[in-house]
Design a binder for this molecule. Structure first.
Ligand SMILES: C[S@@+](CC[C@H](N)C(=O)[O-])C[C@H]1O[C@@H](n2cnc3c(N)ncnc32)[C@H](O)[C@@H]1O
Length: 231
């Protein structure tokens, strides 16, 4: 890896040097903690997404029992799956998101294990999940970090396990941002300062999941990509 690979291109520090990706990555994490801290009580409704029942269908197809919800936020998908009897672990980098998720699960008397953790530092054992689900989370990583995460997902899955994810059609709309070398936007406006956002093309997703035995996908909800990858 060249030094340039590690650097954000357009963003300069006071001496005119590009910011190391580690700094940009941490700023994204700070953005999410700030965003979740604005939310004091859990919003205990499922989002209006057409593909929600398909997630459980895909898990049932492979007989999955133990599921990891990656970047679980305040826990709607973990709660939805736990209601149906799946054993769910949810992980998110935001402590406040995990507080909200725990509060919601407690209200419904659901046994879900929620962990605060950075996706780049996951400590779960190899082969310890039948399935990994990820809704609207890869979009917040540059491609190199997304590849590392996909490799980790592959490792954490049992043979025969499945990844089910949705990748949003993001990146349009108003906002001020600069771009990393791979095209990831890093927002600078007050509301979203530090948030990274990247719209993945189908070709990029096929490349990210190339180590899986099979991959299928289709377009949902106005252009998002619903993706299933079998190990
Ligand atoms: C768009 S939200 C999606 C949350 C949830 N999956 C959903 O569908 O509502 C992105 C989530 O990724 C989490 N996140 C961002 N960076 C992360 C990281 N480095 N490690 C783990 N989670 C992260 C955020 O805290 C946030 O909850």
């Amino acid at each position: 890896m060249t030094k340039a690979d590690e650097l954000a291109t357009d963003k300069k520090d006071e001496d005119g040097a590009a910011l190391p990706i580690e700094v940009v990555y941490q700023e994204n994490i700070c953005f999410w903690e700030r965003a979740w801290n604005m939310c004091k009580v859990p919003y205990t409704q499922l989002p209006d997404l057409s593909y929600i029942p398909r997630i459980a269908d895909e898990l049932n197809k492979v007989g999955a029992k133990r599921i990891l919800d990656l970047g679980c936020g305040s826990g709607w998908l973990a709660v939805y799956l736990a209601r149906q009897g799946f054993e769910v672990v949810g992980v998110d980098v935001s402590a406040q998101a995990i507080n909200l998720a725990n509060t919601w699960a407690k209200q419904e008397d659901l046994k879900i294990s929620f962990d605060v953790g950075d996706a780049s530092q996951l400590q779960y054992q190899a082969g310890s999940f039948d399935a990994v689900v990820a809704n609207s989370i890869f979009e917040h990583f540059p491609i190199k970090q997304a590849q590392q995460l996909t490799d980790k997902v592959h490792l954490m899955l049992k043979d025969g396990g499945v990844f089910v994810g949705c990748f949003d059609k993001v990146g349009g709309g108003p906002g001020e941002y600069y771009s990393l070398e791979d095209g990831t936007h890093v927002y600078t406006d007050k509301a979203r300062k530090g948030m990274m956002l990247r719209r993945y093309s189908l070709e990029e997703l096929q490349d990210l999941f190339k180590d899986f035995k099979a991959m299928s996908n289709d377009e949902v909800d106005g252009g998002s990509i619903f993706l299933v990858a079998n190990k």
